[in-house]
Design a protein around this ligand. Sequence first.
Ligand code: ZN
Length: 410
Amino acid sequence: MKITAITNARVFDGEQVIEARTVVLDGAGIGTVGGPVPPGATVVDAGGGTFLPGLIDSHVHTDLDGLRLALRFGVTTELEMMGHWTPEERAAVAGDDVADLRSAGMGITPPGGHPSEYGPPADAFPDDGDHPHDGPPPGYAFPFCSTPAEAAKMIEQQVADGYDYVKIMIEDGTVVGHPGLPVISDDVLTAAVREAHRHGKLAIAHATTIAGARRAVRAGIDGLGHLFADGPATPGIVADIAAAGTFVIPTLTVLSSATGHTGARFAADERVSSKLSSQWLDALRASMNVYPQGDLNDALGAVAALHAAGVDILTGTDVSEPDPAFGGMAHGASVHHELQLLVTAGLTPVQALRAATSTPARRFGLTDRGRITPGARADLLLVDGDPTTTIADTLSIRAVWRRGVRQTPA
Ligand SMILES: [Zn+2]
């Protein structure tokens, strides 16, 4: 077994900076933390850099290209909040050159509901090599749920297909540029949460308004896949979310894009642009601008209020395709942007780093990652500098390991 010792590192273990300066990787896992360097180990001198658990993006829509790009930025796990994978495609995620994947499969939404206004996910159909992602074949039926029974049936099928949690859409279209969309009813919402839990799965809501978030929390949702964006947080909604123990994936990156801020300034960082294709750079430099009347400062204030109330905050971006219509994000890169935005919102760098490591691992039951501890997966990131005090240092990537396999630098 290949043994690697990282020495002379500042170690952020997913919770805090620990005293140990040496971490030993034992094949695909973490061996010892703080012990001696075993004889015969390959030594990587961190030179005072910082060693962190691989980052987790808790809100993506992805494919193999997205997973590959994510890994180049030290994002070793992507949690997909809606998408479609055949078992064969899912099996291909076993490769060492891609981030690991969990997926909700398709979301629960009423006929004509979000996100069917965009069409089905671009990767739901085989690429014929000629017209990639050119939309659904004739007769494709978006999986809609009109009744509690239909929701139960769809969830049962998705669990049988190997999907990992349940996504439920609560969206009237206001914030996504399509006002007037049909919205899920309370009986279907409640049934979907109940069925998810009956199968031992988390239920995560897409809700972009305070009213939608309140409905989700009342229905017993485990997590909110976005922060509401239709105004400043009210004390009532913050208290409701905190009392229910609901986690929140604010997705400030996509809220920034939706409210008209491009990713151009972030893309100007050479540590970002050097790892991106021109197609991804073009997308990152764009913005969705579907909700220009919104104010990103409301979202930043809401994150601070929720965090102060003890709500678990998880780093997520809502990155999808390299298309300027979904612009402002890029796989992997945008996790670093989100960390910076969380610090802008008032989290300390250490609190922001928890949101991308130990907190999502704990909330999604990923007990084998998100921490630097003996026995955990060797999904790891080594950076120059000290992101526990200067968050942008996460971008100074020196090395990434996935299951103990060091990635070749791009
Ligand atoms: Zn999404």
